[in-house]
Design a protein around this ligand. Sequence first.
Ligand code: ASP
Length: 367
Amino acid sequence: MTQPHDMKSILVIYTGGTVGMVRDKVSGALVPLDFSQVSKHVPELDHAGIRVEAVSFDTPIDSSDVAPRHWRSIASTVMECMDRFDGFVVLHGTDTMAYTASALSFMLEGLRKPVILTGSQLPIGIPRTDGRENLLSALILAADMTDGEPTVQEVAVYFGNHLFRGNRTHKESAQSLQALISPNHPPLVEAGVEFQFHRSSLWRPDPLIAKPRMHSGMRTEVAWVPLFPGMPMEGLRRTLEWEDLRGVVLATFGSGNAPTSQVLRDLLREARDRGVTMVNVTQCGHGGVHPELYATSHMLAGCGVIPGRDMTTEAALTKLMHVLAQTDDPERIRELMTSNLRGELTPHRSVPTQGHGPAGAAGLEGA
Ligand code: ASP
């Protein structure tokens, strides 16, 4: 059968996750299927008006097993297939989807095509699955064009009737079908009877970057340390004393506050002097770090801790892994960590961004 000339081609990259799992007859646990079996459960794929091809991880995984080598494999598949496809849909487990989406956003610079991650809370083979709608909507959005250009030109996540910027997402619920949220950035698209595009929320790459490029380096000598009242400083000391440690994300209270402890102060200063990059991210569900507000967060800034603004933990950790692989220069690390590289943070004031920024002018609202 001949295909209409303007039919869009989307590559599905199937990594695993609940969306493609079935219950093992012996153990009763959910185990991954391969994509040909997944697609059998979505007959609508044949009528979506989109040419869909699929590649799959050799062994589909539960996303709890995701590691930087999987991010590299997804990113290099996107790069290798960039010219042959109009967009990409990555089927992925929800547990670490926000980490993978954040990591891919830093690894893939200057994207001009959509890379949309989706998955589901319920396996695709069961009647109430959310997987069918998520997959079909992700495909339709990946194929969407505006004025001859892909509407979405960034790494995004489609889940629970919303398209979100990938590096703004967080898995909030292990129960709800709206499992992923974007606490600090409005949705890019809301799916109701029609798709409602929020054009001013979309990201546009730096026009000076003529072609997408991949940064495969990810330094994993990093730690995430949530603070809590009464926390013994010995745990933090041991983490900071790790010889290979390059970076730490501190999950602090409220708008970026930490206990006024001399021991904490000394530990952070020693780590800074050893060249460890420290980033301050709030443990609150919404909002960000405002180091100018309280003396308890001035203290952290005074120890060289970089304010992570309104980055999610997932974005801060993967950005740190990415930035530490780019340079060893502490000033450059600070500059990159505080810059809005891929729309992952809301700049404090109007500083020049590395990317081109929001897509700007109205025109698609409600389109
Ligand atoms: N454990 C699964 C995974 O992340 C959960 C899911 O897909 O919803 O792979």
